[in-house]
Design a protein around this ligand. Structure first.
Ligand code: FES
Length: 106
């Protein structure tokens, strides 16, 4: 689901282009972008839903404080998208509800 982004970027240097996959969709980001910044700049989101009410959430503080940017990044759920830099070929999924916790075999 795409929407108009409130973020406007300076002109890009094509040499800095990095392609990531967000919800199966190819997104061109810039080297040095956080995952949250790349997703917001692409106009994608909300990036997660809350476990209790299912209300939509999107990155807010962009500095690792609010935890509104939790996403699944390269198969790792509950990852703060604002604290991870994009890498070419990275796979990002939005997190819906609580993350899956594997059965414990103690
Ligand atoms: S946007 Fe607040 S912790 Fe990532």
């Amino acid at each position: 689901m795409a929407s108009d982004s409130a973020f406007k970027r300076l002109p890009a240097n094509p040499a800095d282009a990095v392609e990531i996959w967000v919800e199966g969709q190819a997104v061109t980001a810039r080297a040095g972008d956080s995952v949250a910044a790349a997703v917001l700049a692409a106009g994608l989101g909300p990036t997660r839903t809350t476990p209790v009410s299912g209300s939509p959430r999107a990155p807010y503080c962009m500095m690792g404080v609010c935890f509104e940017c939790l996403m699944e990044i390269d198969g790792q759920p509950n990852t703060q998208g604002c604290m991870i830099l994009v890498t070419d070929g990275m796979k990002v999924s939005f997190q819906r509800g609580a993350r899956d916790i594997p059965e414990c075999s103690a």
